[in-house]
Design a binder for this molecule. Structure first.
Ligand SMILES: [Zn+2]
Length: 425
């Protein structure tokens, strides 16, 4: 006989495991909805058979409403967690599954389990938890009666944001804002001025700082996972790889590393070589006039570009030219990291894809922040050869606490390019 039990509207067939062939998302969605609905326990759970859950009912034949409630929670929890483990064997549970179960855990007061799942989601495969999980946690925080206890609990969420460099989406920010007001605090969605001060409270936001030790860890991890990892070196020829290794073995320390082709092509690839070389020469000139030690990475065909500007480039910068590199940016990263903590990288390429090759979540955050603080993006070069960059921000765009005041960045709005923050006094 098939054993079937009913959990609200969901049906799980134990004999055929028919649920497993679908998706955990469906069950977890139901879990989420169930936890939000008023309990109609008797009506919904009268079909649960006692033999399925002997440990819960033990020696009693008839369960009370409280028993059914307990059964429901235990069943849902164990089923969800079991499904998650089973999915891990056959495929990969997504952020949605993790978020739904974590959300349900928070709603049921199992915060430890909720945080464990969210940490696992991020640390393991860099899945970004969905806002739903944070909203469920906030709902519980909102129920706390004392302000002091509320602050302690809600700061656990902010610490999580800080640890994983998470930006709030609008809905989460609006809810934090609303709940803070309810506790008679003084929140505000605000902006940061060009010098890095909050327009609301005037507090200056932190700059990016990396200890030498953290930098060394980051450098080694990037070299190991991104450069020497299985993705890069085999795409080049052995002789070219040897050439590059010889070059970096006694490489100087550079102040600036320029992605030559990226700069040359900044107004498109259909221009003439004389335009390409003049753009690159202008950028080299900009840094040379500031007495910077410059490295240009490029391709051998650049040597055929009009002589005058090309000669200027090679006289004022070191160049490493490759024949057939299929990916320039890992080499760019390598040279920049090998040069030191404060080396500037000139490229429009955001290089975020390399983030996913780092395993340690702390290093992912550091890498992203280091890149944001090191990267100059060329905007344009005017007729007089003056260059204009998008510079790194004078502050770090990550959640931060100053005394009792938290500043949380919102997800960037690329259309309006407004840098919105939540200031929580
Ligand atoms: Zn502020």
């Amino acid at each position: 006989m098939k054993k079937v039990f009913y959990i609200g509207k969901t049906i799980y067939n134990r004999t055929t495991n028919s649920y497993l062939s679908n998706s955990v998302r469906y069950l977890s969605t139901q879990t989420f909805e169930l936890t939000k609905r008023p309990l109609k326990v008797e009506k919904e759970y009268k079909f649960i058979k006692a033999d399925i859950v002997p440990s819960v009912i033990s020696d009693r034949k008839i369960a009370t409403i409280e028993d059914w409630k307990a059964i429901r929670d235990k069943l849902l929890k164990s089923e969800c967690l079991k499904l998650l483990e089973e999915i891990k064997i056959s495929s990969d549970p997504g952020a949605g599954a993790y978020s739904a179960i974590a959300s349900s855990a928070f709603t049921n007061g199992e915060n430890e389990l909720g945080w464990k799942l969210l940490n696992e989601a991020i640390s393991d495969k860099n899945r970004s938890p969905l806002p739903r999980s944070y909203l469920s946690y906030l709902e519980q925080c909102e129920k706390i009666s004392s302000v002091a206890a509320f602050v302690v609990e809600v700061e656990k969420l902010f610490e999580f944001f800080k640890q994983h460099d998470i930006k709030c989406d609008d809905e989460v920010a609006e809810n934090i804002d609303r709940i803070y007001k309810k506790f008679n605090r003084n929140p505000k969605i605000t902006r940061i001025d060009a010098r890095g001060s909050c327009l609301n409270c005037k507090q200056k936001l932190n700059k990016f700082e990396l200890s030498q030790n953290e930098f060394e860890n980051l450098k080694n991890a990037i070299l190991k996972n991104v450069i020497v990892g299985k993705n890069v070196f085999y795409r080049t020829t052995p002789s070219e790889l040897k050439h590059f290794q010889e070059f970096v073995a006694d490489m100087k320390q550079y102040d600036v590393v320029i992605d030559g082709l990226n700069v040359a092509y900044c107004i498109g690839t259909k221009q003439s070589p004389s335009i390409f070389v003049s753009l690159l020469a202008s950028v080299v000139k900009h840094f040379a006039s500031h007495n910077k030690k410059i490295l240009v990475l490029g391709r051998t065909h650049m040597q055929k570009w009009p002589r005058k500007n090309w000669n200027y480039i090679t006289e004022n910068a070191d160049t490493f030219l490759a024949e057939s590199l299929s990916q320039d940016d890992p080499y760019l990263l390598y040279c920049a990291l090998n040069s030191g903590l404060n080396t500037i990288i000139v490229t429009k390429d955001l290089m975020r894809s390399h983030l996913f090759k780092l395993k340690d979540p702390k290093l992912k955050v550091l890498f992203n922040q280091w890149l944001m603080q090191s990267q100059y993006q060329l905007k344009y070069v005017d007729n007089r050869g003056r260059v204009f960059f998008k510079y790194p921000l004078p502050y770090i765009r990550t959640p931060q606490k100053h005394k009792d005041c938290w500043h949380l960045p919102l997800i960037e709005d690329y259309e309006s390019s407004q840098d919105k923050w939540l200031c929580l006094k």
